[in-house]
Write a protein that binds this ligand. Structure first.
Ligand code: COI
Length: 355
């Protein structure tokens, strides 16, 4: 793919934190690299993208983002192969999705040239933060916030588009059990569930805390109208394996169109795995768990990759899932990560080299 020619103003950090970073002991999203990309929107236009040392922002306390939550974000990863080449995975999808999210929150679209120019320059500067080996990656967090001062409830006229990066290993350090939501909802028809809007995540924290008190790490959200259909978890899309059939809910205006989710769907088709994209009822999954037909549940997402779920809770009962040698979760993780780390052919053209 072509490297962008958009100019980016670069101010390098005087010192690096890399020597003080323990790359064998990374909690997700706690350590950030030396630089960040930042691009301001004012006077009706995005200004020249800049890269500057990572550090705090100064903002007016009345900035719209603090009051009305006009904020969207993305999650991406960069990988390093054995020859030190740097690869992104389906970055165009993240670019398109951030603008889709922005549109829903009345945020101006970010230009593609700026996105790729800023991102690539940033990754070239931070290349030493990307470690080789399966499981190591650089988590990339693009986001947009409304910075205009003033508390009138209207879309801002000023924004910041930014990218920060964090060296990453596993998102969850232990086993993941989920609770099927019976009361709270993540998203409603006509709402912002499909967008990576910051508020979608804030709204999940309280019910997730309640679930954590009961021994679960995550909730699988059900449809807001009936709570009868399983939709997605807070950090992942969700797949169910009943017998040898894989089932996942269709995307909608309530469900995030996950990049990992759609990659699994494409791989399932390539490897002739029986897959149904359709509504998945709580009843069906509980019955399959009782009869022993429910073989697996796993989540998919950029941060979590493919994460097996070891059990779930519903209506006061807990169900354990079998430990499989030949799990679909393991199969897809192997296929997907080999593509991401440039260790397998890229028949779908998903890799994007940063050079
Ligand atoms: C990602 O998977 O990149 C996400 O944005 C989910 C986030 C909650 C970590």
């Amino acid at each position: 793919m072509k490297t962008s020619t958009t100019p980016v103003d670069i101010q390098k950090a005087a010192t690096s934190k890399i020597e003080n970073t323990d790359f064998n002991n990374l909690a997700f999203g706690q350590v950030f690299t030396d630089h960040m990309m930042i691009c301001d929107y004012k006077d009706g236009a995005w200004q020249t993208p800049k890269i500057q040392p990572y550090g705090p922002l100064e903002m007016d306390p009345s900035a719209r983002v603090f009051h009305y939550g006009q904020a969207v974000f993305e999650g991406m990863k960069a990988f390093k192969d054995e020859e030190d080449r740097i690869w992104l995975f389906r970055p165009e999808d993240n670019f398109e999705r951030i603008n889709k999210s922005s549109e829903r929150l009345a945020i101006p679209a970010f230009p593609k040239e700026f996105f790729f120019a800023g991102l690539e320059e940033l990754l070239k500067l931070e290349k030493d933060w990307i470690k080789k080996g399966f499981g190591n990656s650089l988590y990339i967090r693009p986001f947009v916030i409304a910075t205009e001062a003033g508390v009138s409830a209207a879309p801002a006229k000023e924004y910041k588009f930014m990218i920060i990066c964090s060296p990453a290993q596993a998102y969850y350090s232990g086993e993941v059990r989920v609770k099927f939501s019976e009361e709270y909802s993540r998203a409603a028809d006509g709402g912002v569930g499909f967008a990576k809007a910051a508020g979608n995540y804030a709204a999940q924290f309280y019910p997730t805390n309640l679930a954590k008190d009961e021994g679960f790490q995550q909730i699988i959200w059900t449809d807001a109208n009936t709570h009868e259909y399983l939709e997605e978890a807070g950090t992942m899309n969700i797949f169910f394996r009943v017998g040898d059939k894989l089932i996942t809910a269709p995307t909608s205006d309530r469900i995030l169109d996950g990049v990992t989710r759609k990659s699994i769907i494409a791989l399932a088709k390539e490897f002739n795995i029986d897959l149904e994209v359709r509504r998945v009822s709580v009843k069906e999954i509980v019955e399959a768990a009782k009869s022993g037909d429910l073989k697996e549940i796993f989540g998919s997402g950029t941060a979590t990759v493919i994460n097996p779920i070891v059990g779930f809770g519903h209506a006061g009962k807990k169900y354990d899932l079998p430990k499989l040698e030949d799990s679909y979760a393991g199969f897809f993780k192997d296929k997907l990560t080999k593509i991401q780390y440039n260790q397998a052919a890229d028949k779908f053209n998903w890799r994007y080299q940063v050079k």
